[in-house]
Design a protein around this ligand. Structure first.
Ligand code: NAD
Length: 256
């Protein structure tokens, strides 16, 4: 059980982050939800988790593209025992046309934020004598795809950061691992379906199978609950000696 432990989940007002926060709340942790800006929906998310799980849930607005805000998030939480670096953004374009501001934003949010939150959180974890850092990377942290230069570079980078964090804490009761999802059914993925149906003149099932899941051999998307379950496992005693590695939850994508 994670009773008495505080979990900070960055970018947790929707999708995978919200699913992970919910699973950690079910496991008994106090939850700090985070999003870039204050919104009514955030309070709704927090209230729903509170009602479903009875956990203590707070929302802290902090832009993960801003190093100072990353530190401020951890301090606003009063430090944390579990840190899940989940906030992420995407942009798709060929390298010569890739907007420099998008490159900088993706590197800042998907990679540098994890460095800053980890730097802020580790002293607290050391003081408490226990810690779990879990970085949400991607199948794109292990393989490439065209037109996703910034995302693939940032996700490979976070796998590297995971290894170094694990080595610097190896002799302490702190672990750091990366979870590498393939396709997960989130509002972001759901939103792409109608457009893709129209573009290819396909029905919903065919778009999911043939287009979205082209590289996912299971031909099924993972769920946000499965992401949450993987994170809770990494916080469990069974995972104490698992550190510095990646866990793929990708239906076989990276086995190809
Ligand atoms: P999503 O868009 O639903 O969630 C992203 C979250 O990050 C949102 O809560 C958003 O508000 C937050 N966010 C974005 N910019 C932020 C910023 N500057 N500061 C703070 N929060 C910010 O997407 P998702 O699919 O749930 O993705 C979550 C993570 O999982 C990302 O790191 C993504 O790369 C990774 N991932 C997703 C999939 C997938 O299939 N959905 C696959 C592999 C990896």
């Amino acid at each position: 059980s994670l009773k008495g432990k505080t979990a900070v989940v960055t970018g947790s007002t929707s999708g995978i982050g919200l699913g992970i926060a919910t699973s950690l709340a079910e496991a008994g942790a106090r939850i700090i939800l985070n999003g870039r800006v204050e919104r009514d929906a955030c309070e709704e998310c927090a209230e729903k988790i509170r009602q479903d799980t009875g956990a203590e849930v707070e929302f802290v607005a902090a832009d993960m593209g801003d190093p100072e805000a990353c530190h401020a998030l951890i301090e606003a939480a009063g430090g944390c025992d579990v840190l899940v670096n989940n906030a992420g953004v995407q942009h798709v374009a060929g390298i010569p046309d890739f907007p420099v501001d998008k490159w900088n934003l993706i590197l800042a949010v998907n990679l540098s934020s994890a460095f800053h939150t980890t730097a802020a959180a580790l002293p607290h974890m050391r003081e408490r004598g226990w810690g779990r850092v879990i970085n949400i990377a991607s199948a794109h942290g292990l393989t490439g795809s065209p037109y996703k230069s910034a995302y693939v570079a940032a996700k490979h980078g976070i796998v590297g950061l995971t290894k170094v964090t694990a080595l610097e804490t190896a002799e302490e009761p702190i672990t750091c691992n990366a979870v590498c999802p393939g396709y997960v059914m989130t509002p972001l993925v759901e939103k792409q379906i109608p457009d893709t149906m129209e573009k290819y003149g396909m029905d919903r099932e065919t778009v999911i199978r043939e287009v979205l899941l082209e590289r996912q051999p299971s031909k099924q998307m993972a769920s946000v609950e499965q992401m949450g379950g993987t994170v809770v496992f990494l916080c469990s005693p069974a995972a104490e000696q698992i550190t510095g590695t990646t866990i793929s939850v990708d239906g076989g994508w990276t086995a190809l």
